[in-house]
Ligand binder design. Structure first.
Ligand code: DX5
Ligand code: ZN
Length: 224
């Protein structure tokens, strides 16, 4: 089936004082996903926001809510995030001891299941769960903050994962997150990503203009 490359603006870099306006600006401009970063102050140093914020913005838009849980033992909150409006839930392989069970729990809630890998975590962490996930999120920075620089070694990791997925015949979504801008986006699309998160590069200056520029580049690449 023909599919498009997808832009997922990360609201972590939005202006929270006018969050609804920021979300409308990027979805009206054509972004299909909203990337929603939940941080617990344990798995990553920072704390962001949680269920009440997600439930509140859910009333304003029908776009896909791509919830990235940067938290320890995310299995404690799967049902809660599904209930407040997540369409996809991504947990970190490093944070969930019984990862396979957690992925089953996500699917049992009727939402798409993703696994995220920190930059230092090898792809082999996915060997026995790849058939049970809809998406793999390759962190292209160390998670915790927006506005960091893309780690160049991640390009090879994306490329390897795409070739593993192709060998296994899996229509896997590969999402990249961190340091994606006008130049790194070409690198990751070429390497095998089909969903690109962008925070600071979208939510600065003219949001709609930024989204349009990203989408124009993404259309140049056939989706994997
Ligand atoms: C980082 C978060 C990212 C962040 C990306 O830990 O997972 O989603 O918002 O921000 P940029 O695009 O600015 O690197
Ligand atoms: Zn994220």
């Amino acid at each position: 089936m023909e599919r498009n490359n997808i832009l997922a603006p990360s609201i972590l870099s939005a202006d929270f004082n006018r969050l609804g306006d920021d979300i409308r600006a990027v979805t009206d401009a054509g972004a299909e996903y909203l990337h929603i970063d939940v941080m617990d102050g344990m798995f990553v140093p920072s704390v962001s926001f949680g269920m009440p914020v997600i439930a509140s913005i859910r009333k304003e838009t029908s776009c896909f809510f791509d919830v990235h849980l940067m938290m320890e033992q995310p299995e404690r909150y799967i049902q809660a995030f599904a209930d407040c409006g997540a369409d996809g839930i991504t947990v970190h392989a490093e944070a969930s001891t019984h990862l396979h069970r957690t992925l089953q729990a996500i699917h049992a809630c009727g939402v798409r299941a993703g696994v995220a890998l920190n930059p230092a975590t090898p792809l082999s962490a996915l060997d026995y769960v790849l058939d049970d996930v809809d998406m793999v999120l390759i962190m292209t920075v160390n998670p915790g903050f927006g506005g960091q620089k893309y780690i160049p070694q991640m390009t090879e990791k994306i490329r390897s994962l795409r070739s593993i997925a192709q060998e296994r015949g899996l229509p896997l979504d590969i999402e990249v997150d961190g340091g994606i801008n006008a130049s790194t986006i070409r690198t990751v699309l070429e390497a095998g990503a089909n969903i690109c998160v962008a925070g600071s590069a979208v939510f600065s200056n003219d949001r709609a203009e930024n989204v349009k520029r990203f989408l124009d580049v993404m259309k140049e690449y056939t989706a994997w």
